[in-house]
Design a protein. Structure first.
Lengths: 737, 63
């Protein structure tokens, strides 16, 4: 009984009532200002306040309800980390440290890109989805999957789907995981290509990360084994030097060597991805990961401080006309379902289910900590997405549309872009466009799609407002580009490797040697297949006359939400099978919403008659042109037209594949639900048997007074050195430091 | 002053933990506790083993 006495015992004191009332009122005021302001300027700080107050309330009340009532976390029960502790995969880890690991694993470029694109419909729809989505769907998914995987000794999502739903659902989940990974890697790599194309500064500084990582790897391996901190400090210093040096290169005779076309960049990325997948991890992958973790946390912190310092005013409208017309240039299609597809990471991201059922459940110390680690880390990612929305919304809207419309719409010159922006209903003069590019020392900002350059301009505006002024604008711009590209490449490295292992595993079932990690031909072949798969979509994205991002990003969103549907289906199935039907709505409602969003979006992508939205309508339009030998814009030649036909066919077939996968998983699960509820089948759960826990640790971020008393008691009772508790308690370093 | 020192050392402890700098110390603790008397790996050997583990279990990184 005592072990469940967790931080918030739920007792109300006059003080806690006053605090929570104040939080609720402040949050309501912020939401009111955001929702009701029309035509007057709104300060970005209200977005931040609305988000933080909503998160606080959700974490305090809803997450606690889910943990205690729905999941029934039980701190007297030993977690796999305690039972199976082997100091390798299973290891009780301090909750705050695990939060850091988990956050670093789930958050990448996704929450920074989606909101930037969704800003075309105004800041309000996207922000509402980011906040309500995370509270009721995204963070819930992460927490329940973490919990269920923890109860199953850290089984993966695919394994849980197979055991709890059936072989069909399991196989569909596996295909979904692989498909989303390929699309994800292609889209993220496309963001990098669009950010670096014809930009010697950005290309140089990103290229320098490779020798920097190799040096760090060598240093860690040979000179100072395990000294991660000093190695990372050296790496970050070198990285900043590389950004500064990039500015020098930009003006030197070396600039042409680093001015690469999108197609060349694709070739570089593909070669790089292959190399990173076959080289030993200590050489490239591990040091890059350290570097990227450092930069990620540092930059996100810097952005939060910058926003609070400069208190920028939003230039974007709350809801733009593209929200209702669905004819926006950044991505086509109506607000429902496409805002919910474009913003996946930050609101609801199925990919997280892979991490929540990967390493994290094997490290968690106490069951009740799923709330802080699972729900808490996802709230943090959501906050990153809100900041990205702020960064995109403080830009002049003319500039926003000039940057984010595909080349087919805005053309290549400042004049054509200015004209196109005017046609869209916004204004920016050619001179202003030129000046904006010069300020960040880029040749052009026109049609720099993919979100990264827009975010970088937004961030440089915020940072230069807070630190350094206009003189540093170009530095901050390239800093932001570098930071995004850095952790996108980390995802590409890791993703290619994980994809390679999945493929090796699957092929190993057919031919044994394939699954052996040390068999080089197998390693090379599977790496080439994975790199080739995402490389194909990347190439398509770069060369697509219709613009790669607006074609591929919706597919990425659909794939990600599809994985979320699998995760939420698994969770709902487990709740039903374990006799908790009355709580099944906690995951079933987000599942219903997610299925509605994903299937509606797939419906549009497959059946819409509008060639801007539907892939097959697009195919028919260009096929007809091809048959007639006519070139219709934005295609410039018959080859272009043929290419559009091929691309839209591939994209359309993928949409069909994704939609069918969701339906297969849902139908298979519904069968199990029906059989269980009607009593036709005795529910069999694959949960690991309970064992009593010998470990104690606080469950919340801050230990309560009771926690502290307990901690002191335990410390006094145990001899030094025999302590199993790895938690440092109130933030004090533990023994040995 | 003592509080500042505590905060700094707490932060340092946190960063070292998150980045895995303390992994070797944890390994030594683990050996002492669960396998007393057995020979322990040197730091260099331990870090090589840790990297070899990452080789076959790459950490997933999300979007």
């Amino acid at each position: 009984m005592t072990a469940t006495a967790t931080p918030d015992t739920g007792r109300w004191t006059p003080r806690s009532i006053a605090i929570w009332t104040a939080v609720a009122v402040l949050g309501a005021v912020a939401w009111g200002i955001l929702a009701l302001a029309r035509g007057e300027s709104v300060n970005a700080v209200w977005l931040v306040v609305a988000a933080l107050c909503s998160y606080a309330i959700a974490y305090r009340f809803y997450a606690r309800f889910i943990a205690n009532r729905v999941l029934g976390v039980d701190d007297t029960r030993a977690t796999p980390a305690e039972r199976l502790d082997n100091d390798v995969d299973f290891q009780p880890t301090d909750r705050r440290v695990l939060f850091g690991h988990h956050f670093a694993a789930i958050a990448g470029a996704g929450p920074l890109v989606g909101p930037v694109l969704a800003a075309q419909m105004g800041y309000l729809p996207g922000t509402m989805w980011i906040i309500f989505g995370v509270v009721f769907a995204g963070a819930v998914q992460d927490m329940v999957i973490l919990f269920f995987s923890m109860r199953r000794d850290g089984k993966s999502l695919g394994q849980m789907a197979r055991e709890e739903i059936g072989p069909f659902g399991g196989a569909a989940a596996l295909v979904a995981v692989f498909a989303i990974m390929i699309i994800l890697l292609a889209v993220l790599a496309l963001v990098v290509v669009n950010a670096l194309a014809d930009s010697p500064w950005g290309t140089f500084s990103l290229a320098m990360t490779i020798p920097i990582a190799l040096f760090m790897g060598f240093y860690l391996r040979v000179l100072r084994p395990g000294r991660v901190l000093e190695t990372s400090a050296i790496g970050v210093a070198l990285l900043l030097a590389a950004i500064v040096l990039g500015g020098v290169i930009d003006h030197s005779s070396l600039a042409p060597a680093f001015t690469l076309s999108p197609k060349t960049l694709v070739a570089c990325l593909v070669i790089y991805g292959f190399a990173a997948s076959v080289l030993p991890v200590w050489m490239l992958l591990a040091p890059r990961d350290y570097l990227s973790t450092f930069m990620k946390v540092g930059t996100i912190g810097l952005l939060a401080v910058g926003i609070l310092f400069t208190l920028p005013v939003l230039q974007n409208e709350a809801v733009t006309k593209f929200a209702s017309s669905g004819k926006g240039p950044v991505f086509a299609g109506p607000l429902f379902p496409f805002v919910f597809i474009i913003i996946a990471c930050g609101a609801l991201s199925g990919f997280h289910a892979l991490i929540a059922s990967g390493t994290t459940p094997k490290l968690i110390e106490k069951e009740s900590q799923v709330r802080m680690v699972g729900y808490g880390a996802m709230l943090t990612e959501s906050f990153v997405a809100v900041m990205a929305m702020v960064a995109a919304s403080i830009l002049d809207q003319g500039l926003y549309f000039a940057m984010n419309s595909p080349p087919g719409v805005v053309g290549a010159t400042v004049q054509s872009a200015s004209q196109a922006v005017t046609n869209l209903g916004f204004t920016i003069t050619p001179d202003q466009l030129q000046a904006a590019a010069q300020q960040v020392q880029e040749q052009t900002l026109i049609a720099r799609t993919g979100g990264a350059p827009t975010l970088a301009v937004g961030m440089s505006t915020i940072f230069s407002g807070a630190f350094g002024g206009d003189a540093l604008k170009a530095f901050w711009y390239h800093f932001a580009i570098m930071f995004e590209a850095l952790f996108i490449l980390t995802t590409v490295d890791a993703g290619t490797r994980v994809g390679r292992f999945m493929l090796q595993d699957t092929l190993g079932n057919i031919w044994k040697p394939m699954s052996r990690p040390s068999w080089r031909p197998g390693v090379y072949a599977t790496s080439a297949v994975v790199v080739g798969a995402w490389g194909y979509f990347l190439w398509v994205g770069v060369t697509d006359p219709l613009g790669g991002i607006n074609q591929l990003f919706p597919l990425f969103g659909i794939a990600n939400q599809l994985l979320a549907a699998v995760a939420l289906t698994v969770a709902t199935t487990i709740l039903i099978k374990s006799g908790r039907v009355k709580w099944a709505w906690v995951t079933a409602v987000p599942l219903a919403w997610d299925a509605a969003v994903t299937l509606t979006a797939s419906w549009y992508k497959i059946f819409s008659g509008d060639p801007l939205v539907g892939f097959f309508a697009q195919r028919d339009k260009y096929q007809a042109a091809l048959d007639a030998g006519k070139v219709i814009p934005p295609a410039k030649s018959l080859d272009d037209v043929g290419q559009i036909v091929t691309n839209s066919t591939v994209d359309g077939v993928l949409s069909i594949l994704f939609a069918s996968l969701i339906i297969v998983v849902l139908v298979d699960a519904a069968r199990i639900w029906y059989q269980t509820l009607s009593g036709r089948r005795e529910p069999v759960l694959a949960e690991a048997p309970a064992e009593e826990s010998q470990l104690w640790a606080p469950s919340g971020l801050f230990p309560t007074a009771e926690d502290r008393a307990r901690q002191a008691e335990l410390r006094a009772a145990e001899p030094v050195g025999a302590r199993r508790d790895r938690s440092g308690g109130s933030g004090a370093p533990k023994d040995g430091t | 002053m003592a509080r500042v020192r505590q905060a700094v050392s707490g932060a340092l402890w946190y960063v070292r933990e998150v980045m895995g700098e303390n992994a070797y110390d944890h390994y030594l603790d683990h050996q002492r506790r669960d396998h007393p008397g057995e020979p322990v790996l040197t730091r260099r050997q331990f870090e090589c083993r840790r990297m070899a583990g990452m080789e076959i279990r790459p950490g997933q990184r999300c979007c």
